[in-house]
Design a protein around this ligand. Structure first.
Ligand code: SOE
Length: 366
């Protein structure tokens, strides 16, 4: 974890940059963690006021005075290309940060955020929130205990359909606000984070192909990718295939990861987060989330008893609560840090380079 010199006494006073879907998700999590909702800033004064009223912030602004507020934590939930600037400003103002992914749209900028945080004795986290499903922790614990055996293959995909037609448009599509990678930076980064988190191994090399299926959306040319297919080699010798698409009809948030070891396969699907399939040559099992039967790290993240489904917002709540705890000087297992944001930027760059050069690329070590 990054250095934390300036701990605060919880609950934190928070400022929110952004007023869209992610700002709402972060706000629900912040409120659950008991944060004081101080100020929110969206793109215009009117939008900021509306967001403050709807989400329950004490005040709003659309200007630079945001950074004059007396805050402990700033949540950065603005369009991707503004993340680095906002993150640095928040750190310079003395605040800890929770910065949406991608932390920055290139690895140099992402590293500068880590460096600045370290220099100022501050810290930050990046919401790779799927780590916070208890059954993901259970898969990780089984691999760490050696129950799966030596890892052989990984079969992973993250499929959505909200950008299926050429009529579908969003700021993420436009490289000016979304950055040079879209599908991969937006959702492929979650998948790669989860692969490396569950297996405790790194992707050391990859070869990727991308497609921009709709070259125009909303009357403008599109340069960002709709789909990515890639083959990866892991640090422990396993190989894997990874598919990412935002044009897969019927798939809403279909993140699936299946890891095959010499003894067991483990399969987690984000749309059925209460389950973990444990495949064996004989005696495969579908494990259901039940804190009484899970490893301590998975059981810690169970907020309701077995049979009472936990989902996406619960994962987000746990991530934000852990971030605040770490900022307050406590220890927590598996928190995605700014360094993980740099890692995602490095893998994203490797994907774009491999696709452009039609070649294998070594992924820089963290
Ligand atoms: C849209 O693709 C999106 O909201 C992503 O931006 C999130 O990171 C992902 O968790 C769900 O889908």
């Amino acid at each position: 974890m990054d250095t934390v010199a300036q701990a605060f006494a919880p609950p934190p006073r928070i400022g929110m940059l952004g007023g869209g879907f992610m700002a709402r998700t972060h706000t629900r999590a912040a409120r659950t963690a008991g944060a004081h909702l101080d100020v929110i800033a969206s793109s215009t004064a009117a939008r900021s006021r509306r967001a403050a009223t709807e989400l329950g912030y004490e005040t709003s602004t659309a200007g630079d005075d945001f950074f004059d507020h007396d805050l402990d934590v700033v949540h950065v939930c603005t369009p991707n290309t503004s993340h680095a600037e906002h993150a640095l400003r928040a750190l310079d103002a003395g605040f800890q940060i929770i910065c949406e992914k991608p932390l920055a749209t290139d690895s140099t900028a992402a590293r500068s955020i880590v460096d600045r945080a370290q220099a100022l004795g501050l810290s930050g986290t990046v919401p790779f929130v799927y780590r916070y499903h208890p059954m993901v922790r259970e898969a990780r614990a089984r691999i760490r205990r050696g129950e799966a055996g030596a890892l052989l293959t990984i079969d992973a995909s993250y499929l959505q359909d909200w950008l299926l037609s050429a009529e579908d448009d969003n700021w993420r599509v436009d490289a000016e606000s979304g950055g040079p990678s879209r599908a991969f930076a937006d959702i492929g980064s979650h998948l790669v984070d989860l692969i490396e988190f569950i297996t405790d191994e790194r992707i050391v090399s990859l070869t990727a192909t991308t497609r921009t299926v709709h070259p125009r959306r909303g009357g403008a040319a599109v340069t960002t990718e709709d789909t990515v297919a890639m083959t990866v080699e892991m640090s422990g010798g396993a190989i894997g295939s990874v598919l990412v698409s935002q044009l897969a009809p019927g798939r809403k948030n279909g993140l699936v990861i299946e890891v095959a070891g010499a003894q067991e396969s483990l399969r987690f699907a984000q749309e059925q987060p209460e389950q973990l399939w444990v495949g064996r040559r004989a005696g495969s099992q579908l494990l259901m989330r039940d804190p009484d039967t899970l490893s301590p790290d998975a059981a810690r993240l169970c907020t309701v008893p077995a049979g009472h489904p936990q989902g996406y917002q619960d994962a987000f709540n746990a991530f934000v609560a852990d971030s605040y705890a770490v900022f307050a000087g406590e220890k927590r297992e598996g928190v995605p840090t700014l360094a993980d944001g740099v890692r995602a930027a490095l893998v994203t760059e490797a994907v774009l380079r491999s696709a452009a050069e039609r070649t294998w690329v070594e992924v820089e070590a963290p």
